[in-house]
Write a protein of this length. Structure first.
Length: 71
């Protein structure tokens, strides 16, 4: 949508904007945007919370101390 002014024609800009709006409305209707953001949030939370726990478990080789600290 931001690259559409480089196409040169105003009709192509309008059609691309309408297509983007239709695709966004369809994804909002199907609920795929919510699924994408929930999976992205789960992936980010997995990286920021479970990876330091796994790294501390692998570095200490004592998983019970890390689990007792984090839980």
């Amino acid at each position: 949508m931001f690259l559409s002014p480089w196409l040169g024609k105003r009709s192509s800009i309008k059609s691309s904007v309408h297509q983007a709006h239709d695709v966004a409305a369809f994804k909002r209707k199907e609920g795929k945007i919510h699924n994408y953001f929930s999976s992205l949030f789960f992936f980010s939370s997995f990286l920021f919370f479970f990876f330091p726990l796994w790294w501390s478990m692998m570095s200490d080789m004592r998983p019970w101390s890390c689990i007792s600290i984090h839980i």
